[in-house]
Ligand binder design. Sequence first.
Ligand code: IPM
Ligand code: MG
Length: 358
Amino acid sequence: MEKKIAVLAGDGIGPEVMKEALRILDKIAIKFGHKFQFKSALIGGAAYDKYGEHFPQETKDICKNCDAILFGSVGGPVDKLTESKWANCERNALLGIRKEFNFHANFRPARIYKSLSNICPLKKEIIEKGIDLLVVRELIGGIYFGLHEMKEIEGKRTAKDVMEYNEDQIRIIAHDGFQAAQKRRKKLTSIDKANVLDCSKLWRQIVDEVAKEYPEIEYCHMLVDNCAMQLIKDPSQFDVILTENTFGDILSDEAAVLPGSLGLMPSASLNKDGFGLFEPSGGSAQDIAGKGIANPIAQILSAAMMLKYGFGMIQESEDIENAVQKTLEDGFRTGDIYEEGMKKVGTSEMGDEIEKRI
Ligand code: IPM
Ligand code: MG
């Protein structure tokens, strides 16, 4: 197969971890006889330097002409977030690209690798039951894209952010959630705040309607505050977690600490035509950027998700996942996941080791 991939490495550790993901893709291309063409484009602070914008038209055009987007990370150092280069960088770049391509569905898997169970912050008896879940988050609705307003009312500075969902927006992501569950352990937990919010009451109604089309899926509703608690108390109960934008933002970060490092966490965002953006769940980690110590696994697994979700290349994707797993089993660790007695490696050595195992 021949595929064009827009490569948006972005800021911070983005370029260095992206380099490792691209060489893994090159290796896969050779092994399976594919041709991957990489088209680089600027995003985030890197784009601001050249265009004065975080998500410029030229980048949009390159993405439009590709079959998928492989994304690194965006955002500036914490002490520089008020500079115009970095102010609203993540919001402009990330929300901009989500809206531009209607990426309504966001998939964030979280699983514990056996060889890394020591770095999971939970107790042994909780981990032993197994943790392997997928957060399916609605990505272009809710408060994020509702009316935002700050003004003075009766002499008081007042702000509002409106949460709004229509049934079509809920229905489409509910189908995505149930279909993801079909391919996994056939269990879905739909998260809302239906004891308070009308958006959540509608969410429940629509999820109940959609569920009728998937009788083989065991599903239930759970309130978001309870879900936050259950993720720590008993995460093995979850297979697919289906939820709206803001709750998904928060719960997916909570789920991301279970494997032990954000450096392990890939994600996929898809639109209804199956066009997708694939990126690590973590940010630009400016504090360790340029030092060659960042963990490239999240970026490499995001490339694997691109192959699976974006191009339907299941075997190729699993080849990468297996190579990552073997590398970890063989004891190679970047600093974020290091433990006594393991072999500590940098970004490019980790890339080497994974590449060797493909
Ligand atoms: C994420 C991030 C973004 C979000 C921010 C950076 C706008 O936290 O992808 O989860 O809130 O969606
Ligand atoms: Mg987030």
